[in-house]
Write a protein of this length. Structure first.
Lengths: 505, 115
């Protein structure tokens, strides 16, 4: 039994349970919440270190030999994702200490966040396809409640769309699992990889692959299944938007990468080409949607869709370098996107609106805030020296290697358009003079509505995440080395299969 | 038996999708419930139907006497039913709150967050 593999699920579970017991003690809940999130980050870093030095870690649930029990497994990609979950979890919990309102806090905000984190970590660490479904449901039900918590009208409208599309995707996922079990007779992903590879009914396998593509595609918000995302992500409070934006779609992308590198690699000419085409369309629609928006968080939501396109691009190229690019881009996308979402909360505190037209003058009054925006935002557009530049270069290099020049051109044009979207935010919120009705608000002392020590939990996560995008850009070589290893592991699933099925104690 | 169940499952999927496409959120929820049930029956059928064969293992043997039904899909369905029960309970409350907050059950009147 490898405890390190269980901890990322156990810590949030314990934290959520204890926070539930402390229902009437908000101060205790906050303390528990921060402690739990910090421990999760610690456990995640420990796991990443062990996987980085000792290779893939496996443990079998209840010591049942694979493929009969539930396998918990972490390769480098999983460990990186758990590490990112730890970083985002802690940032969001810290930010929420000041920003979440007492009403939401008293209705279980902290336990819910930790249940969500548990579901996300579980999905990253499981090696069993049905168990993946269960973890999806855990994180979904937590996200449903978080989205609806507070019961504002916009939240209700957003929730109904979010819930419907996610339940539809779950139903498709479940049906696909049923058919897969009927075809292969196993649910262990490593075992499935072998059996599907030996199956003589390749047509059926490809049909199953398409079902999984749709099921995970809805969750990952790929073209043309993404419409629920910009309709719901901007409705809850900023912290909740942030954790959704950073982690939930990425769980979908993670699952796509997992099943399409491990299980469905029989007919790559069809499946992975299709993924590459979808990736292109996702980028283009995402960025075009973003340019048309005047609501800060809706604009960012469309940029998430655009990022999903880049994440899938590496999978579609399907070479070690391509997947390394996807992993690198994942690290960059999660961190810069959450920095921007948290920052949109700061601007809302100053201007009392998310509408870009009604904002203005922030550069003049808060130059530091403007820098905080520019670092992750320019990283998103792919400008050096931020991490986004190196992630995009890796992806483009991979695409040129396999001579997919169309996607190279699309990705370059899209990057330019992302810059246009970013420039729009810059012009509207930071550069232009503030409209008359808020001119009195901007630059007034105490505009963030908090002061003194309470500013620290509000600013620390944003500053940390923004500087991380810069640091990762400067240390791009180290990050790329990890991403290359993760990409190699994904492209050669024999190590993964061997770790699960062979040589266990 | 397989054929009958295949038609039942097809019917459930058709009804579920039809209801999801309606404008009323109550019908939407019923449609989602039907889709979940269709998926459960699909697992049940796809894993193979073996009727009236108890899984009795003879003494000294390691395999059952008769080819019996695989118990795993039924365990999967049980899990899925429990999950869908919880999710359905949540969505029912959500529909009520949506109706109270927005004042309509017509999805076409809930476009405010799409703009």
């Amino acid at each position: 039994m490898n405890v390190l593999l269980i901890l990322p699920m156990l810590i949030p579970l314990l934290t959520a349970s204890l926070a539930l017991l402390a229902w009437n003690h908000p101060r205790l809940q906050r303390g528990l919440s921060v402690f739990g999130a910090a421990s999760l980050l610690g456990a995640a870093i420990a796991l990443l270190t062990v996987v980085w030095s000792d290779g893939i870690q496996v443990t079998q649930g209840g010591n049942w030999p694979a493929p009969f029990g539930i396998t918990i497994i972490s390769d480098l990609f999983s460990a990186i994702m758990v590490g990112l979950t730890g970083i985002i979890g802690l940032s969001v919990v810290l930010y929420s200490l000041v920003s979440i309102d007492p009403a939401r806090e008293s209705f279980g905000f902290h336990p819910l966040i930790h249940v969500l984190l548990m579901g996300v970590c579980g999905a990253f660490l499981t090696g069993d396809i049905f168990n993946l479904y269960v973890w999806f449901e855990v994180l979904l039900i937590a996200s449903f409640v978080l989205l609806a918590l507070g019961g504002e009208r916009a939240q209700m409208e957003g929730a109904i769309k979010y819930v419907t599309l996610n339940l539809l995707s779950s139903a498709i996922f479940l049906a696909a699992i049923g058919l897969l079990y009927g075809e292969a007779g196993t649910l262990n992903m490593a075992d499935l990889a072998i059996r599907l590879g030996n199956s003589d009914r390749q047509g059926l396998t490809t049909a199953l692959a398409m079902l999984f593509l749709v099921a995970f595609g809805i969750k990952a918000a790929i073209f043309p299944l993404f419409f629920w995302l910009p309709a719901s992500y901007h409705t809850p409070p900023v912290v909740i938007s942030t954790i959704f934006a950073a982690l939930l779609t990425k769980v979908g992308v993670y699952s796509l990468i997992r099943v399409f590198t491990l299980m469905f690699t029989q007919d790559t000419a069809l499946t992975h080409t299709l993924i590459l085409v979808i990736a292109g369309f996702t980028m283009v629609t995402g960025v075009l949607g973003a340019i048309a928006q005047v609501e800060f968080r809706r604009l960012l939501s469309f940029l998430i869709v655009c990022e999903i396109g880049f994440l899938l691009m590496g999978l579609g190229i399907f070479t070690p370098l391509g997947l390394a690019g996807s992993v690198f881009f994942m690290i960059h996308a999660i961190i810069s996107m959450s920095a921007l979402f948290l920052l949109s909360g700061l601007t809302e505190r100053i201007c009392h609106t998310f509408n870009l037209k009604q904002m203005g003058g922030l550069y003049h009054s808060y130059p530091a805030l403007a820098v905080l925006f520019l670092v992750p935002a320019l990283g998103l557009a792919g400008l050096p020296p931020m991490a986004g530049f190196f992630a995009k270069v890796t992806l483009l290099q991979a695409a040129i290697e396999v001579e997919s020049y169309t996607i190279v051109i699309v990705a370059l044009v899209v990057s330019l358009l992302v810059l246009v979207a970013i420039a729009r935010v810059w012009n509207e919120a930071f550069w232009k003079n503030p409209p008359d009705d808020i001119a009195g608000l901007v630059g007034r002392p105490g505009a963030l509505q908090v002061s003194g020590a309470r500013l620290i939990p509000l600013l620390l996560p944003v500053v940390t995440l923004a500087s991380l995008t810069l640091i990762m850009g400067i240390a791009a070589e180290a990050i790329l080395a990890i991403a290359m290893d993760a990409g190699e592991q994904l492209m050669n699933p024999s190590g993964y299969i061997q770790a699960v099925l062979g040589g266990q104690q | 038996m397989d054929t009958i169940l295949a038609f039942v499952i097809g019917g459930l999927y058709a009804a579920g999708i039809y209801l999801i496409l309606r404008r009323s959120i109550v019908k939407l929820i019923i449609g989602l419930a039907l889709l979940g049930q269709a998926a459960n029956l699909l697992i049940f059928t796809a894993a193979g139907l073996t009727r009236a064969q108890p899984p009795i293992v003879a003494e000294g043997s390691e395999v059952p006497i008769n080819p019996s039904a695989d118990p795993l899909p039924q365990a999967l369905i049980l899990t899925a039913i429990v999950i869908s029960f919880g999710v359905l309970a949540f969505t029912t409350v959500l529909v009520k709150r949506v109706y109270q907050t927005v004042g309509t059950d017509d999805l076409d009147d809930m476009k405010a967050t799409d703009r």
